[in-house]
Design a binder for this molecule. Structure first.
Ligand SMILES: [Zn+2]
Length: 433
C-alpha cells in the first residue's frame, strides 16, 4: 500500500464528534485505510500532510451548481429570476463557445478546491469540456447537459434532448470513475410536457438519474397549479421524475404533501440558500424537510446568482435562513448544516463521500483553525458552521490525491486559468451585447 498520512489534526466524525487522530489514506485505492491517534508512525508513508492546529473534515459537496457561470459573476445582479434569465443570462449563454465553458469551469474548480469542496453536481452545456476539466482537476462530479425546450422548434428541442441523453451515457464512469452523469431537464416549466414524457421514459429505461430545478419561485409553481390543478411535484411524479436516484434543486415552495412524497421516495432536495435570497425566491422549509426524513443537500447554484462557490458561506446561510424561515433559533443547527453540506449532499447526488470513516473514499478538507476569527475554540463544530471561511482551508484531497497542499492548487495552473477565464468572460459579454 502507498500511504498518504494526514498527521496531528483533529478529525470530524460523521456524528459531528471531534477526536485527535491521524488519517491514513491508501492512495492506490483512494480510500481511507485507518484513523487513530498517533498511528502515522506505524506506516511508511510515501507522502504526509501536516494538520497541526487543523480540523480534518469531509470534503464539501456542492450538490447543485452551473460551474462555468463563474464567467458571468457580477455581470447582472439585483433582478428577479425570470427577467434575469431572459434579459441577461440566456442571451450571454447563447454566445458561449466550448472554450468559454472550459475556461469558466476551470476557474470554478479552482475556487471550489481552494475552499475545500471535492465533489459537485453540475448542470450546464458543453459537457465534454466540463468532463475534461474535472478529469484534470482531480475532483469528483455528477454532470449533465441542461435542457430547455421553450422557445425552440421541435427539431431544436429534440436535438437538445438527444445531447442530454448522449452525454449521460457517454461520460458515466469517466475519469477513472470520478465522473457520473444524470439527465437534466432544466425545470418543469422550461421543458414542454411532451418532451419530458418521452425523454424521462428513455432515461428511466437506461437507468440514468434525473436532476432538475423544482418549486424554486411562486412564478414557476402557480402556473403549474392553475393549468393542471396539481402541485409541481405531483406532476413530476406522474412523469416518473421522483425516484430515489433523482435529486432536485431548490424545493423552496413545497407543501406538506410534496415533502412527504420526497421523503417517501428518497428523492434528494438541494437547498441553495444564497441563490434563493439573492433572487428573492423565498425560504425553503429545510427543518420541516429534515424532520420528515428528506435527504437534504446544499448547493451554491451558479456563481452569477450567489456570487461565489464557497460552501462554507452556503452552509452558514443554510443555518441562518433555516432559523429565519422556521421562526426558531434552534432550527437547522450547526451539525445539521454541516451534515447537509457533506453527507447529505453526497447521498442526494448519489456519489460516495461526505464522511471520514475507515474504508470510505478519501475526499477530505483540512481546515486551519489558527486564525483570529476562529479564536477561542469553545466549539469547533460551531466554528465550521458560523465562522470558518473557504480561505481557511489548507489542504484538499479527493480520491486519495492531493489537489491543494498548503493553499497551493496542484492540479490546475491557477494564474493561467484566472487570466484565460477573465479574457474569455470579457469577450463573451461583448458578443452578447
Ligand atoms: Zn440552478
Amino acid at each position: 500500500m502507498n500511504a498518504l498520512c494526514i498527521i496531528g489534526g483533529r478529525v470530524l466524525r460523521p456524528d459531528c464528534s471531534v477526536e485527535n487522530a491521524d488519517v491514513v489514506i491508501d492512495t492506490d485505492t483512494g480510500r481511507i485505510h485507518d484513523i487513530g491517534e498517533d498511528i502515522a508512525a506505524d506506516y511508511d508513508a510515501a507522502e504526509t500532510l501536516d494538520a497541526d492546529g487543523c480540523l480534518v473534515m469531509p470534503g464539501l459537496v456542492n450538490a447543485h451548481t452551473h460551474v462555468a457561470m463563474t464567467l458571468l459573476r457580477g455581470y447582472a445582479d439585483d433582478k428577479p429570476l425570470d427577467s434575469w434569465l431572459r434579459e441577461d443570462i440566456w442571451p450571454a449563454e447563447a454566445e458561449l463557445e466550448p472554450e468559454d465553458v472550459r475556461a469558466g469551469t476551470e476557474l470554478g474548480l479552482i475556487e471550489m478546491i481552494r475552499s475545500g469542496t471535492t465533489t459537485f453536481a453540475d448542470m450546464y452545456f458543453e459537457v465534454p469540456e466540463i468532463a475534461a476539466a474535472v478529469e484534470a482537476s482531480g475532483m469528483r462530479a455528477r454532470l449533465g447537459h441542461g435542457i430547455v425546450t421553450v422557445a425552440k422548434d421541435d427539431a431544436e428541442a429534440a436535438t437538445d434532448i438527444e445531447e442530454g441523453l448522449r452525454v449521460a451515457r457517454e461520460f458515466d464512469g469517466a475519469a477513472d470513475g470520478r465522473i457520473h452523469t444524470a439527465f437534466m431537464p432544466h425545470s418543469l416549466t422550461t421543458v414542454d410536457e411532451k418532451f419530458l414524457r418521452e425523454s424521462v421514459a428513455t432515461a428511466r429505461e437506461n437507468e440514468i438519474p434525473l436532476h432538475f430545478h423544482a418549486n424554486e419561485t411562486t412564478d414557476e409553481v402557480d402556473p403549474i397549479v392553475e393549468e393542471r390543478d396539481q402541485r409541481p411535484l405531483a406532476y413530476a411524479d406522474e412523469l416518473g421524475m421522483v425516484s430515489e436516484e433523482d435529486f432536485l434543486a431548490h424545493g423552496v415552495h413545497v407543501d406538506a404533501a410534496e415533502i412527504e412524497l420526497l421523503a417517501e421516495r428518497g428523492t434528494g432536495v438541494i437547498h441553495c440558500p444564497a441563490s434563493n435570497m439573492k433572487l428573492a425566491s423565498g425560504i425553503a422549509p429545510v427543518q420541516q424537510m429534515l424532520d420528515a426524513g428528506v435527504t437534504v443537500g446544499i448547493g451554491t447554484d451558479g456563481a452569477a446568482s450567489n456570487n461565489d462557490l464557497d460552501m462554507f458561506d452556503e452552509l452558514r446561510d443554510a443555518a441562518m435562513l433555516g432559523k429565519l424561515g422556521a421562526d426558531d433559533a434552534s432550527a437547522v443547527p450547526a451539525e445539521a448544516a454541516i451534515t447537509a453540506a457533506t453527507a447529505g449532499s453526497a447521498d442526494a447526488i448519489g456519489l460516495p463521500g461526505g464522511r471520514i470513516e475507515e474504508g470510505g473514499v478519501a475526499d477530505i478538507a483540512v481546515v486551519d483553525l489558527d486564525a483570529p476569527h476562529l479564536a477561542p475554540a469553545h466549539d469547533v463544530v460551531s466554528h465550521l458552521a458560523y465562522a470558518v471561511r473557504g480561505s481557511d482551508v489548507r489542504h484538499t484531497i479527493c480520491d486519495g490525491q492531493i489537489l491543494m497542499r498548503d493553499r497551493e492548487v496542484l492540479t490546475l495552473d491557477e494564474e493561467e486559468v484566472v487570466e484565460t477565464a477573465c479574457e474569455r468572460a470579457m469577450a463573451l459579454v461583448e458578443r452578447a451585447e
